[in-house]
Ligand binder design. Structure first.
Ligand SMILES: [Zn+2]
Length: 170
């Protein structure tokens, strides 16, 4: 277990909504157990929320991925209700695209970091590489059983690329 757990985009649209997949639904139990173990240990959990405006299809991302998802305040934008939330230990950050750029303000006091969630080859790897760039000396860990990719092949490819960037894969 690391000092903080980042749970990437475990939102309904990515699990069983407009961009959902069988692989994504299959990791929910693993992610739930992992979050609970962090909370039981009194550690912080930070959820990221992919967050788009209603005119998503007019955005750069929307032109390249024309599937409406995670429009702010819609049911698909909500974090899965199967995942635990603790008022003291949990927080959520909204991000308008794959990577969140303000980790430095949130994690500068943390010695090591674990990341899990969706999708391995888009938002998990984007945030892992941003964190690796910000924090070249911190341990960053990704549990493959708590991530799913757009396809199983892309999941495996992303794990390999993260390992190349000295992100520990378990
Ligand atoms: Zn998106």
């Amino acid at each position: 277990m690391k000092e903080v757990l980042i749970v990437v985009d475990m939102q309904n649209d990515f699990i069983d909504g407009s961009l959902g997949s069988k692989e994504a639904t299959m990791i929910v139990g693993n992610v739930r157990s992992k979050i609970q173990s962090y909370l039981d240990a009194g550690k912080k959990v930070i959820y990221t929320k992919d967050t788009h405006p209603e005119n998503y299809l007019e955005t750069y991302e929307g032109k390249h991925l024309p599937v409406i998802h995670c429009v702010k305040d819609t049911p698909g934008w909500q974090i899965s209700s199967e995942l635990p939330w603790d008022e003291t230990l949990c927080s959520a950050v909204e991000k308008g695209t794959f990577g969140f750029l303000a980790w430095k303000e949130l994690l500068s006091d943390v010695t090591d970091i674990e990341i899990c969630g969706l999708c391995t080859d888009i938002c998990v790897i984007s945030n892992a590489l941003i964190l690796r760039a910000i924090y070249p000396d911190k341990d960053i860990f990704v549990d493959a059983k708590c991530c799913a990719g757009v396809t199983p092949e892309l999941h495996e490819a992303a794990l390999k690329v993260m390992a190349s960037n000295q992100i520990e894969i378990g």
